[in-house]
Design a protein around this ligand. Structure first.
Ligand SMILES: [Zn+2]
Length: 212
């Protein structure tokens, strides 16, 4: 099932003071602590924090998946290895960070795969860019929970001439191909035209992932 994210209109230039992330379980909805994630931290104020997570409200199947396979620590902060990293996912701890202090030059781009650095760059503002990066990192989490043969299939498709990767990042390796295509599946209606093989790959893998 495809769902569109809500329309969130922040000014394109909105920036927030860089703060340390603090535990914010009360802002995490629809993420429930102890159910979908072990903990939730944000370095952003309440409103943008809630707006980023708004994307998950219309995604009951993903929430059900996270109930079966919880994330570790979910965090919106600048605590990424390098300032230009958009997010991280650690397979062992299942901890997931989305960079909440990325520069305004990293989003607001047209969804034009040959020149698009990442699917998140096509978000119109910080909140949308973070929503896309959140889905990208959750994509890593989903793939990690599935049988290894699934990754082999993604790798085979990634190498095939059928694939038309949705971004420059999607060309990097099979993991990035999957996560980028997963983010595009969620946020870009034109994915089925831009990378039809990728679109059907995501549908097939999600059918598997969403099974109880
Ligand atoms: Zn990635």
């Amino acid at each position: 099932m495809r769902t569109r994210h809500g329309d969130i209109s922040h000014g394109d230039t909105i920036r927030f003071p860089k703060m340390e992330p603090a535990p914010r379980p009360e802002w995490a909805s629809p993420i429930e602590i102890g159910v979908h994630a072990r903990s939730f931290f944000s370095a952003l104020p309440e409103q943008p924090t809630r707006e980023v997570l708004q994307a998950l409200h219309s995604d009951p199947e993903l929430l059900a998946f996270l109930k079966r396979h919880a994330i570790g620590r979910l965090e919106f902060s600048g605590q990424v290895p390098k300032a230009n990293w958009l997010g991280t996912y650690a397979a062992d701890s299942r901890d997931l960070v989305v960079n909440s202090f990325r520069s305004a030059e990293t989003y607001g781009r047209e969804f034009y795969p040959p020149e698009l650095p990442s699917v998140s760059a096509a978000g119109r503002n910080l909140v949308q860019a973070m929503q896309r990066s959140l889905y990208h990192e959750i994509g890593h989490h989903i793939l990690e929970r599935l049988p290894a043969q699934v990754l082999d299939q993604v790798a085979a498709q990634c190498r095939s001439r059928q694939a038309s990767p949705v971004s420059i990042r999607a060309r990097k390796n099979p993991l990035e191909y999957f996560s980028e295509t997963f983010a595009a599946y969620r946020f870009e209606d034109s994915l089925a035209d831009k990378d039809p093989a990728g679109y059907y790959m995501i549908e097939a893998i999600l059918r598997l992932a969403w099974k109880k």
